[in-house]
Ligand binder design. Sequence first.
Ligand code: FES
Length: 151
Amino acid sequence: MIIDTQSIKKVIGKSVPDRGQLIMILQNIQQEFHYLPKESIKAVSEYLNIPQSTVYSAATFYKSFSLIPRGENIIKVCKGTACHVKGADLIIDQLDAALGIRPGQTTEDMKYTIEVVNCVGACAMAPVMIVNNKYFGEVKCNRAARIAKKG
Ligand code: FES
């Protein structure tokens, strides 16, 4: 996907130019591009007539925003205590074998990103994987790659 300033401005323009819309606009950009391209900071700043530092602060304050390119599919592996004990590392190894990436990395085709998260509150079904916000519990490591690809 080619991300140019025009396509970013198109997404921004769907919201009213009110500074109260800042988070909503950042969410819309991230939904469209899977992350916040650096050009988006300036474009949002100009659209809302607020300093770039304000936009940047919001973009870095919320963990759900990423300034680094991410894949179309976000695979989260819980590494809280219960999931760790029940084999989260084996799941990560299986994903690495299948996709060739470790946590924090994205496949070259920009299809998958693996992230590690802390306890997501579903310890009873540990180990837990979350693919595009869909939860999978009691994940057997030999099924991790299939789950990741089918989501
Ligand atoms: S430790 Fe993974 S859900 Fe709680």
